[in-house]
Design a protein around this ligand. Structure first.
Ligand SMILES: [Zn+2]
Ligand SMILES: [Zn+2]
Length: 296
């Protein structure tokens, strides 16, 4: 039987020959796909789509997904950036780059949705209206405050961690996305503040999150920004990857979370090594939100 193909949230087991599967050819060599790249469409990134595409080609990458930010807020707040005009600008730039780099770089349309579980109706309206290949579901904020703006101290860390994992679980159980972004982002801030991330203490909650993702046919990404931004390892790290595998998880993408051209594809050799070490022999790519597995 062919491996399952994910379509939306459903697992489909295709009959041989029924579904074109990228990489089903024997001995096809894995070429790198960076599935988490921001451009200046995002309010916090420093490279235009064109600059990021040039950096990807220079780094030998054959496929990238532009996962610019789209944040959702609690209490009906909309935020000043994230509106229809934002999405129009995104797709205009993307279409320009697709024409410019045709035959040289595969460019996937994507978004990194922050806290989309807070406003599922708005999220669903956006998802229905725009032609996305791939969606990341992330948690960046608790009560509309970004984790990076919070004070991680011994007396606050427990409360922040509890809230973070509660949001993550709600997102995993209800959100419309393909892969969960930087699952243990929380640890980056702990380590920056010189606090232990207490993985063991939260492993039960991570199991709940992973189980929900697996039940709903969703994947996780290995985010390499942890290697260069203080977490000391990929997000998630090897323990969580092995746990995902042991629980029956199969869907993994790798992303640099580059906000600068020089970071496109960074840390991929290490990340792909971890993915293999955790027991995975294929990597996921997406087209029109259908998962296409490719052997590693
Ligand atoms: Zn993120
Ligand atoms: Zn990101």
């Amino acid at each position: 039987m062919l491996p399952p193909v994910l379509y939306g949230t459903k697992l489909i087991y295709p009959e041989p020959g029924q579904v074109k599967q990228k990489g089903s050819e024997k001995n096809m060599e894995y070429k790198t796909a960076d599935y988490h790249v921001h451009s200046t469409i995002s309010p916090d990134a420093k490279g235009t789509m064109e600059e990021m595409c040039n950096a990807a080609i220079a780094a030998g990458i054959e496929e990238i997904a532009f996962t610019d930010h789209y944040e959702f807020y609690a209490g009906g707040i909309t935020g000043k950036y994230f509106n229809r005009e934002y999405l129009i600008r995104y797709f205009e730039e993307l279409d320009k780059c697709r024409q410019m780099y045709e035959g040289r770089l595969i460019i996937r349309s994507a978004m990194e949705f922050g806290q989309l579980h807070l406003d599922p109706e708005k999220a669903s309206g956006i998802i229905k209206s725009w032609p996305f290949d791939y969606l990341i579901g992330s948690v960046h904020k608790i009560d509309n405050i970004d984790l990076s703006q919070m004070e991680f101290r011994e007396d606050t860390v427990q409360e922040i961690a509890d809230a973070y994992y509660s949001h993550l679980l709600k997102l995993a159980r209800t959100g419309d996305f393909d892969c969960m972004g930087h699952l243990d982002l929380y640890k980056r801030h702990c380590r920056k503040a010189g606090l232990p991330d207490d993985y063991d203490k939260y492993e039960d909650r991570i199991v709940q999150v992973l189980t929900a993702l697996i039940e709903r046919g969703k994947g996780i990404e290995v985010n390499t920004s942890g290697l260069r931004q203080g977490a000391g390892e990929t997000m998630p790290g090897i323990r969580c990857l092995k746990l995902y595998k042991a629980l029956g998880g199969t869907v993994i993408t790798v992303g640099s979370d580059a906000h600068l051209p020089e970071d496109v594809g960074s840390g991929f050799i290490e990340a792909l090594g971890l993915v293999k070490k955790a027991g995975f022999d294929r990597i996921a790519r997406y087209e029109k939100r259908m998962c296409l597995f490719q052997p590693l």
